[in-house]
Structures are given as structure tokens and as C-alpha cells.
Design a protein. Structure first.
Length: 268
């Protein structure tokens, strides 16, 4: 079993020091409680404001922000999931997430495939690489970001690569309560993995966030859930829970992907 911590908090747009201070505080509290990893929301270190970030964030700052976050993990002895913009070699801005271990070494990187809304699509470019999977304390672990998890194909791509735990930094606004309460639980159940979904709270750059962060188990049960206010959630997660669910109802083994591809190519 691994104790997982999930941070729900309000970020200050482009106030990197304040935001990293909040991450450090959460990391201290999570580590003191025995957690092995802390999951933080989408773009939390810079705040969620796609157009302002694209206009006002100097990409030359990003390596130092990454070093600062790795230092938080190393100083507190806890693995950390953080989300930041990244600029590709050909100049495209993407939304990314990174898992670093308790020494600050990078274990896993992911770039967001499904962009949500006009502002994200104007500020960023969608990625195309599938979610990778790594072994993290004996649990096969993967990541997607926010809107990605609302597509069954994205979660299933992680599951068929062996993922038993899916870490999801997110930035979900008010009015979408069914996403964490219904859709996330369905994603966890249908792909039989644990989903940890970390959202913002409060208001940032005029966007009012839902909060409502959840950790859902591979049978669809809620292991932990937040309200609208800042919170630090905890849940014990394990590889065994996914394996037991997959043995009981073998969704992944009994898929028929060749047939589904034919269906996708059919003309209606």
C-alpha cells in the first residue's frame, strides 16, 4: 500500500514564489502524514490563466521553476506531481505534467492531448504522445491532464499499457460537478485503476474553480473527496486493488480492439 496525498488549493497567477510556497507547505504536511507522493493541480506553479501565461511568462524561467519544484520534493522526501507549460524544440507551447521522485529525479512526463476551451487552444498546442507508465513503489503509474481524463480512450490507453494508478492534475471550473462525481468514477471503474484528480479552488484570473478533487478506486468507489475549499486529501492505493478488480471482471482482457477499429472506420 502507498499513501497518496492530493492538494486542492488556490493559485496566484504568475506569482511563482507564492505558489511554490503553497506546494512546499502541502508537501511538508503530506510527508509528515506518511504520504509517498503529492499530486498538485494543473499549471499550479504559474496559476491557471492560459492567455496571461502565454503573454507574460518568460519560458526561460521554466527550468529554474522545475528545479525549485524538484527541490521541494527532495527537501521534504516526498515524490511530487506538478504541471507547467513547456516549449517544444519547434516553438510550440504545451501543458505538461511531471512526476519526480523523493530525490527530485524525473520519473514520468506527459503533455496534454485534449485542450479545453478557446483560451487553451489559443495559448497552447495539443500533444500527440500516449501516456507512458512507470513503476512507482510497486504500482504501475501513469498521468493525463484535466480534459484528457474525460475521454475514455485516453484513460484506456494508460490502462492497456499496464497502469494501475492514474495521476491527473486538473483545472475544472464551476458548473461541471458531474465530472469528478460521475465521470471520474466511471473512468476508474471501466479501466479498473485508481484515479487521483487534483483541482484548483477559488478564483484565478476571473475563473471560479469547482474544487471537488477526488480519488476514485478501481471499483468506482470514492476513496477521498474535497468540497469547494482548499484541502489536502489522503488515500491508500495499491496495485492489488486494480489486479483484483481486473480478475473479477476482465474488461481489459476481453476487449476486441480490432472490431472497434472497424466500427470507427464505418460510414454512417
Amino acid at each position: 500500500m502507498v499513501l497518496l496525498a492530493l492538494m486542492q488549493a488556490n493559485s496566484a497567477v504568475l506569482d511563482v514564489e507564492a505558489n511554490c510556497g503553497a506546494v512546499n507547505d502541502a508537501a511538508q504536511r503530506a510527508a509528515a502524514a506518511g504520504a509517498r507522493v503529492l499530486v498538485t493541480p494543473e499549471l499550479f506553479p504559474v496559476g491557471y490563466a492560459p492567455l496571461r501565461i502565454r503573454a507574460d511568462l518568460d519560458p526561460a524561467r521554466l527550468p529554474s521553476i522545475r528545479r525549485q519544484l524538484a527541490g521541494i520534493a527532495r527537501r521534504n522526501g516526498i515524490a511530487l506531481v506538478y504541471s507547467l507549460p513547456a516549449v517544444t524544440a519547434d516553438g510550440r507551447w504545451q501543458i505538461t505534467s511531471t512526476l519526480v521522485d523523493q530525490e527530485g529525479a524525473e520519473l514520468l512526463n506527459y503533455a496534454k492531448v485534449h485542450l479545453f476551451g478557446a483560451e487553451e487552444r489559443k495559448a497552447f498546442s495539443p500533444a500527440a504522445e500516449p501516456p507512458a507508465v512507470v513503476d512507482f513503489h510497486g504500482i504501475r503509474t501513469s498521468m493525463v491532464i484535466c480534459y484528457d481524463v474525460e475521454f475514455p480512450e485516453a484513460v484506456r490507453a494508460a490502462a492497456v499499457r499496464g497502469a494501475e494508478l492514474l495521476l491527473v492534475p486538473t483545472a475544472l471550473s464551476q458548473g461541471f460537478d458531474s465530472v469528478p462525481q460521475v465521470l471520474l468514477r466511471a473512468r476508474a471503474l471501466e479501466s479498473q485503476l485508481t484515479v487521483a484528480y487534483a483541482n484548483h479552488s477559488g478564483t484565478e484570473d476571473g475563473c471560479e474553480f469547482l474544487g471537488g478533487s477526488v480519488i476514485a478506486g478501481p471499483d468506482g468507489t470514492l476513496l477521498a473527496a474535497a468540497g469547494a475549499s482548499p484541502d489536502l486529501l489522503f488515500a491508500e492505493v495499491s496495485a492489488a486493488a486494480s489486479r483484483e478488480a481486473r480478475d473479477a471482471v476482465p474488461y481489459l482482457r476481453e476487449r476486441r480492439p480490432d472490431l472497434y477499429r472497424d466500427w470507427d472506420s464505418s460510414t454512417y
